[in-house]
Write a protein that binds this ligand. Structure first.
Ligand code: FAD
Ligand code: TPP
Ligand code: MG
Length: 358
């Protein structure tokens, strides 16, 4: 994949599940696309005129890419051809072999303005995210928390990720490296999934650090699986992001269905006390420093650990409903959007394209 990207100067965009098979710092890897994605990956899908689709089963593909783009699709399963989007050229082949053959047969290309703009867009996004990593805003933002996790988690840690805004924060902020692994409930999107998944992770990788990451709604659904961790003495670090809302749905009600908030608010809960009752070692944290201390203390015990992070109620930056481009969007809506998401330093893809073409 990387060889093809390098030779043909094509930016790479992946599905969410693929996070981690390419290092995040490869400059032409723009991350995933869709709601969970970082901004550059989400933007480029609409701007491209050619897609080489390698093993794609993303359910929302039709909404995520320029409908007029030509599509070359490579898959080992012929049922997938044209299933999620139209296909102009279908190649029934193993991805690795097909890409190696394309790299051998094709001629190298120079970087285009489109390619250079994609790289600049990614850099702008990375810098913007990084600008919050030492934020002292209260309740704490995702960036400082994930910055600590990036520093503290072992190079071969395994992460079980629940369903909700945690998918967004993890996808955008966890810098997968080394032999780290992760999993989520992809197609079914089953809340409550992370704690049981951590049991499986710890059983399969008893010598590795295992983390479960959940929202407070998802954790409430299957928190009792902590009992299994306690019973079998499984050292899993369970992190709960307490924002007192079913955040993923709150954002959907606001941005998609444009309805009054309904049934999304959650009661403030003392998860540390709950975890203590189950027999876990527990922490409540409100700041970056407290979270760092809790992760360090977690390494000193072999019992299951629960860290309740009292988390911001702010919703993650939306890639589906961005108002950021003055070349075609209303300035009033842009101003409101920029203020909501502290997005003063973000520029639209079209800005970088114009710069690269100049
Ligand atoms: C809350 C939530 C939000 C989500 N939002 C997003 C989002 O914004 N964006 C997003 O992308 N996903 C999102 N997902 C995940 C999404 O629902 C799908 O699970 C995911 O997009 C499917 O990814 P995939 O196509 O890579 O994997 P799979 O479903 O595993 O499909 C793999 C494909 O590769 C093919 N394949 C396998 N091996 C080979 C080979 N050797 N050679 C060639 N082809 C091969 C298979 O036939 C198949 O077509 C979200 C999930 C949750 C829980
Ligand atoms: C079992 C189940 N019920 C409902 C949903 C729909 N759903 C998806 S995300 C979400 C909210 C998640 O809330 P929380 O766990 O608190 O995480 P947050 O988004 O607030 O970080 C809901 C209700 C689901 N995916 N699975
Ligand atoms: Mg929540």
């Amino acid at each position: 994949m990387k060889a093809a990207s390098e030779k043909f100067k094509m930016p790479l965009v992946s599905s969410v599940l693929v996070e981690g098979i390419l290092e995040d710092n490869y400059p032409a890897y723009l991350g995933s696309t869709g709601r969970v994605a970082p901004k550059p990956g989400a933007e480029i899908g609409f701007s491209t005129d050619l897609i080489i689709w390698v093993g794609n089963n993303v359910p929302f593909s039709i909404f995520l890419f320029n409908k007029k783009a030509k599509v070359i699709q490579i898959d080992v399963n012929s049922e997938k051809f044209g299933k999620r989007h139209h296909t102009d050229v279908a190649m029934l082949a193993d991805a690795k072999k097909a890409l190696a053959a394309l790299v051998d047969a094709g001629e190298a290309r120079d970087a285009s303005a489109f390619y250079n703009a994609a790289l600049a867009d990614k850099k702008n996004w990375d810098d913007w995210q990084a600008s919050f990593k030492d934020s002292t805003e209260s309740p704490v933002r995702p960036e400082p928390i994930f910055d600590v996790l990036n520093q503290e988690a072992a190079d071969n840690a395994v992460f079980a990720i629940d369903v909700g805004n945690v998918n967004i924060d993890f996808e955008r902020l966890l810098k997968m490296h080394g032999d780290q692994k992760w999993c989520t409930s992809g197609i079914y999107a089953t809340m409550g999934w992370a704690v049981p998944a951590s049991l499986s992770a710890k059983t399969n990788f008893p010598d590795r650090e295992v983390y479960s990451l959940s929202g407070d709604g998802g954790f409430a659904m299957l928190s009792e699986e902590l009992l299994t961790q306690v019973k079998y003495n499984m050292h899993v670090v369970n992190i709960v992001f307490s924002n007192e809302t079913l955040g993923f749905i709150e954002a959907e009600q606001r941005d998609d269905s444009h309805q009054p908030q309904s049934g999304t608010d959650l009661i403030a809960t003392d998860w540390a006390k709950v975890g203590e009752g189950y027999g876990a070692v527990t922490f409540t944290v409100k700041t970056k420093a407290e979270f760092k201390q809790a992760l360090e203390d977690a390494k000193k015990t072999d019992k299951p650990v629960l860290i309740d992070v009292k988390y911001t109620h702010k919703m993650p930056f939306t890639t589906e409903h961005m108002f950021i481009d003055p070349s075609w969007q209303d300035q009033g809506q842009i101003d409101e959007f920029v203020k909501t998401y502290d997005a003063q330093d973000l520029k639209p893809f079209s800005y970088f394209l114009k710069q690269a073409q100049a």
